[in-house]
Design a protein around this ligand. Structure first.
Ligand SMILES: Cc1cc2nc3c(=O)[nH]c(=O)nc-3n(C[C@H](O)[C@H](O)[C@H](O)COP(=O)(O)O)c2cc1C
Length: 277
């Protein structure tokens, strides 16, 4: 019999369902306890293991069987350094033992249409969205498989903030765009399981109802702060917003999201084949 109560409590701390009595399942156990890893030992994963992870990633489900994900591995030290240099606040990008980029590939289906004499317009919002979802599912499949093989990983969507330069380095053609990078390596250090929002805020039954959001957030902020309070030096935009009496997760995320990221991405997409209509 699997006892998931501790893992669920560690992940949510929300006194919600603990699935007592469910049989042992190692995958679920690992997923409940998973954590992003940003520091790696110098031991490189074997090429054969990486090949296996790529095969697993490409086994993910794919919308309409269109198979619009692509995986690009960056090994050239100059390219790794050039990408790493763009993000000095995230040194793991340049130095992780392995770096993949998960691409949404709306180009391939358009080319298939050309090869088969059936014009396909795949720069639509539908084409963009389907390719994005496929790439995200492939990445998450690699993440879970890599973690189950003892590796640690960190997705890297910040590369989209410098999408023009990254696309140039990787020679991405029109209709192919980065969804996120993925740093991979053996973990050095333990890290911690990141507390998720209470399931009362993120799950609904029959109809959507976020009436309890404010209370859920207050509870979550306090619980999260009790585990890992955000150090003062990481409080964002104090000049603009002042010092918060209590700086919890929701204060931090509101401040972060109020400074929208990713301004370079929509013009990049429009310049490179997406009409998004
Ligand atoms: C699509 C996506 C993009 C991400 N981009 C970055 C990134 O650019 N840099 C980074 O350090 N972490 C990145 N992360 C990692 C998240 O910060 C991390 O998943 C989140 O804090 C929750 O932590 P956990 O995965 O350990 O539960 C990304 C995660 C996802 C799913």
């Amino acid at each position: 019999m699997g006892d998931y109560a501790n893992l669920i409590e560690q992940r949510f701390g929300d006194s919600g369902p603990a699935s007592a009595g469910e049989p042992e399942n190692d995958l679920i156990r690992r997923v409940l306890a998973r954590k992003t890893v940003r520091r790696y030992s110098s031991t490189a994963p074997s090429e054969s293991l990486l090949d296996l992870l790529v095969a697993a990633a490409l086994s993910a489900s794919a919308k309409s069987d269109f198979q619009q994900a692509a995986i690009l591995r960056v090994t050239d030290p100059d390219k790794r350094a050039a990408i790493g240099k763009l993000f000095p606040a995230m040194p793991w990008i340049g130095i992780a033992p392995v770096f993949f980029v998960f691409l949404g590939d709306a180009r391939r289906l358009q080319r298939i249409g050309e090869l088969r004499g059936k014009p396909v317009r795949n720069g639509t919002l539908e084409g963009f969205f389907n390719a994005t979802v496929d790439a995200a599912l492939a990445m998450q499949t690699m993440i879970l498989c890599a973690e189950s093989a003892g590796l640690g990983v960190c997705p890297i969507s910040v590369i989209r903030n410098e999408v023009d330069t990254v696309a140039q380095i990787l020679k991405l053609p029109d209709l192919v765009f980065p969804v996120a990078g993925l740093c991979v390596g053996y973990p050095s250090g333990d890290g911690y399981v990141s507390l998720r929002l209470p399931r009362g805020a993120t799950t609904h039954r029959e109809v959507y109802d976020d009436g309890a959001l404010a209370q859920n957030l207050d509870d979550y902020d306090r619980r999260r702060d009790a585990r890992h309070s955000i150090p003062k030096e990481q409080h964002r935009s104090n000049n603009e917003y002042g010092e918060a009496a209590f700086y919890g997760w929701s204060e931090d995320k509101a401040r972060q999201a109020a400074k929208a990221e990713g301004a370079a991405f929509p013009p990049y997409l429009r310049k490179h084949g997406f009409t998004l209509d």
